[in-house]
Write a protein that binds this ligand. Structure first.
Ligand code: MLC
Ligand code: AMP
Length: 503
């Protein structure tokens, strides 16, 4: 029976003893061994009572089993819903409840704090740690290493990735098999991946970049990954001579450039460095080329759309641009007020259409119709233009969003909590330029009449409710937030005022 995503990414490798994963301890895992583990986990998921279309939420550290669980979900027709291990139980509760996930897979160390979450969401709780131990692993241990793949078609859902909104709660972006597969096929062709490639994989696998762009392309083409738990630049340097490609957020590249052992010689075996998820400064692009002789290939994507544009593999990779629309993606720049298409060179909202564009937000028809036009164009909320040579440039964001080290922070979510704190009249959270993370959140608190906010206590309170990466790195207290004559808070003025706060 057909299951296009499973058959094309995973099933094609059945019986192949080629290396799929190189692990930091020197061990390797073949494609066949990986498929066997995924099949055992698929049996374990079935034993948990899950059937096609059910959501599986997981908040576990990056590991071989975490990746095998992705394969297991695809094979069993389940919807894969990975969550950042940095999220607090309060954040997880929303995702599990909203998605109606039937199963939550957690790290054993966090399981006790997630029991109330699972109970209130009526989800079953199983555990799995980075070493492959836990109750789900126990269930999988004695299972057969083959599993009858559940039939699915291209329109069936394969994954939910939650993305926050400028207003209200996070939205579950529903991604179909075709969304994922078409994008992997396009990228693999464009970036000329083959089974000879070895990708240095140091990204998290709960976001589009590390999960779909990196992993799906490598599965599709049969190459191998040096699979690292996270970004440790010493490790990148150690493994780089054995790799051919790297995908990273801009912080990867600025940290590499800060390392004295990152030299042209070290990159001699590399054929491609790819950057995305946040703007790569033209300066970083140029410094990188001067140091290594490689021009970083920058591309642009989103949770809702996978990848939309890419600089060319052959041809000029233009610093400060995200290249051309992918071959199967249509892109236009529109007037934010009227939706009319703007001429080349003018700044407007970037809209995209193609097989990569998601199906909508889970159980949020209003939000879906506000962002996904009936003709299939998705309104990205990014502001950009198409330059004279056809390259897309991202100029800014129409949405109030901070991207810190490739993670999205929606100021509204943080401001809502800050506004509830003692002696805070109101707050504004802004993104300020940060050498390492690109930008980082700063909170500006307006004191209430006669009161003084206790910044330290406020930050400590926030840390119990929000993932650490969302917590402001600096907090300033003022008498009043700057407002324009219409009474609207002027974040641009605050961004200027505090521009040097991290210098
Ligand atoms: C970690 N911390 C961050 C942070 N990452 N703070 C702000 N922004 C970040 N991105 C905080 C931790 O909470 C901790 O705080 C401290 O920094 C050290 O944590 P760490 O885990 O040791 O950090 P580090 O390993 O240095 O991680 C930095 C990073 C990582 C940049 C390598 O954040 C990362 O891998 N980012 C990639 C994100 C990504 O994959 N995005 C793709 C989205 S998909 P404390 O207080 O506890 O000390 C997408 C679509 C597309 O956007 O186009 O690709
Ligand atoms: P996410 O919701 O996490 O998928 O983040 C998607 C957002 O990241 C996009 O809407 C852009 O604002 C931003 N983004 C992704 N790639 C790039 C890039 N190469 N340059 C600038 N911004 C980017």
């Amino acid at each position: 029976m057909a299951n296009p995503l499973y058959d094309t990414l995973f099933g094609q490798h059945k019986g192949r003893d080629t290396t799929f994963l190189h692990l930091p301890d020197g061990s390797t895992l073949s494609h066949e061994a990986f498929l066997c583990r995924a099949a055992q986990l698929a049996h374990a998921l079935s034993e948990c009572g899950l059937t096609a279309g059910d959501r599986v939420a997981l908040q576990i550290n990056k590991s071989v089993d975490a990746l095998a669980l992705y394969g297991a979900c695809v094979q069993a027709g389940l919807v894969f819903l990975p969550l950042n291990p940095a999220y607090t139980p309060a954040e997880i509760e929303y995702f599990v409840t909203n998605s109606g996930a039937k199963l939550l897979v957690a790290d054993p160390a966090k399981a006790s704090s997630l029991v109330p979450v699972a109970t209130s969401a009526s989800a079953r709780l199983e555990t799995l740690d980075a070493a492959g131990n836990g109750s789900l692993s126990d269930l999988a241990a004695d299972k057969p290493t083959v599993f009858d793949t559940i039939a699915r078609d291209g329109e069936d859902l394969a994954a939910f990735l939650y993305t926050s909104g400028t207003t209200g709660r996070s939205k579950g972006a529903m991604l179909t098999q075709t969304n994922l597969l078409s994008n992997a096929q396009t990228l693999a062709r464009l970036w000329q991946f083959t089974n000879k490639d070895v990708l240095l994989h140091a990204l998290p696998i709960f976001h589009t970049h590390g999960l779909f762009v990196a992993t799906n392309v490598m599965l599709l083409t049969g190459g191998a990954m040096i699979f690292l738990p996270g970004l440790d630049v010493d490790q990148l340097i150690r493994f780089m001579p054995r790799a051919t490609t790297l995908m990273g957020v801009p912080t990867f590249y600025t940290r590499l450039l800060d390392h004295s052992e990152f030299t042209r010689d070290l990159t001699a075996n590399m054929r491609l460095f790819i950057s995305g998820s946040a703007p790569l400064l033209a300066e970083t692009h140029k410094t990188f080329e001067a140091r290594t002789g490689h021009r970083i290939l920058e591309r642009y994507g989103m949770t809702e759309t996978n990848m939309n544009t890419s600089n060319p593999y052959d041809g000029l990779r233009r610093a400060g641009t995200v290249g051309f629309p992918l071959p199967d993606v249509e892109l236009k720049i529109t007037d934010p007020k009227t939706g009319a298409t703007l001429p080349q060179g003018e700044v407007g909202v970037i809209e995209v259409r193609g097989p990569n564009v998601f199906k909508g937000y889970w159980q949020m028809p209003d939000k879906t119709s506000a962002e996904l036009r009936s003709d299939g164009y998705f309104i990205t909320g990014d502001l950009g233009l198409i330059d004279d040579a056809g390259y897309v440039q991202i100029i800014g964001r129409g949405k109030d969003l901070i991207i810190s080290g490739g993670y999205n922070i929606y100021p509204k979510e943080v401001e809502t909590l800050l506004d509830e704190q003692p002696n805070v009249l109101e707050s504004a959270v802004i993104g300020v330029s940060h050498d390492d993370l690109g930008e980082a959140p700063v909170a500006v608190l307006a004191r209430s009449k006669g009161g003084e906010p206790d910044v330290e206590t406020i930050l400590a309170t926030l840390a119990t409710q929000l993932a650490r990466f969302k917590c402001p790195r600096k907090c300033v207290v003022v008498d009043a937030l700057p407002r324009n004559t219409m009474g609207k808070v002027q974040k641009n003025i605050m961004r200027e005022t505090y521009a040097d706060i991290f210098k």
